[in-house]
Design a protein around this ligand. Sequence first.
Ligand SMILES: [Zn+2]
Length: 393
Amino acid sequence: MHEHVPSSTDHDHDHTSFGRRDLLRGAVVLGIGAAGATIAAASPAAAAPGEPPSLAPDPDAPADAPPGALAGVEIAAPTIASCATWGAAAARGTIDTVSTNPNKILIHHTASANVTDYSRAAGYQIARDIQQWHFANGWVDTGQHLTVSRGGYVMEGRHGSLSRLQNGSGTVVGAHAPGQNSQAIGIENQGTYTSATPPAQLWSRLVELCAYICDQYGIAPTQIYGHRDYTATACPGDVLYAMLPQLRSEVAAALAGTSWSVVVDNTSAGFSAGSSWLTSSFSGERYGADYRYATPAEVSDLATYSATIPSSGSYRVEAWFPGIAGYNTSTPFIVHTGTGSSTVRVDQSTGGGTWLSLGTYAMTAGTRTVVAVSRWTQGTAYVVADAIRITRL
Ligand SMILES: [Zn+2]
């Protein structure tokens, strides 16, 4: 665990409640939670992320309304397990509350092990462990407001955080960043992201969660920061910290209603591959439970990913695979736009465990095979088909 010094004097200034939430009500409901779909879009029209503040940010600086906010998108509430659901112990003292809405989100990592058990039970157990660690600090309860597990399960942190978030009014005073505990929602991401990339499931849920928090409290996505922006700490790790501009951008796109993205994993209904494509869970860099692999051969034996492109336009296509020395250095990925196809050669011997862009394509609407992985390549090293993501730009 990184240090989290609680502040008992964190009530020293007001901040404005924007009431923007009301403006967001009543229009389109973003389809979070649809089968296989995630919100995870980075729109070029999205707001440029704000500059990180100094370690002594101006407390009176107002939060900007997100540029897309008035487009009128309502963010569906994500599933968040309450303290009772994940089995929190009772708080060991009085939890202070504030009636003013928080004005920012601070991103943390728990600096705990990067477990490969992505189950709900594992996430809940780590949440209970965290609470005990925080009790050991002398705190009355879990320090942060919310927690995201490596498998993408979202949990309430400090008792009372969830009901106030759902009401969009006030919060409990946390213990996650001195000076910010009554005005910043603290989100702990389970794991250590100094050199590792957060699992895709964690990232998707984090984007959804931040969009929901911004919606509920009227916080601009530019007001998402890392713990280190306010405290001398390595938290949330160099890798996750470097992803905060992407987080702001994806949250802004979600709020603006311009996000559309779909992930097709090798376990999804849209995936198809023949029996020569074997299944493995060997690499921890896999997306989801497992992935498929095959030997190169001059045969037409494709692993295919089908998706429904919702409208004609520009889309980014990405692939996720485990990158291991010994996997093929020239795996053919074939992208079908609806009017033609392009083959992209991918080196799967390195650089895995994250989304690799296969490029941006003008696509027509419709349901079809959008990406295929071919065995027709050089050498004997395995070609791998794990997950693909398509994002409207
Ligand atoms: Zn932290």
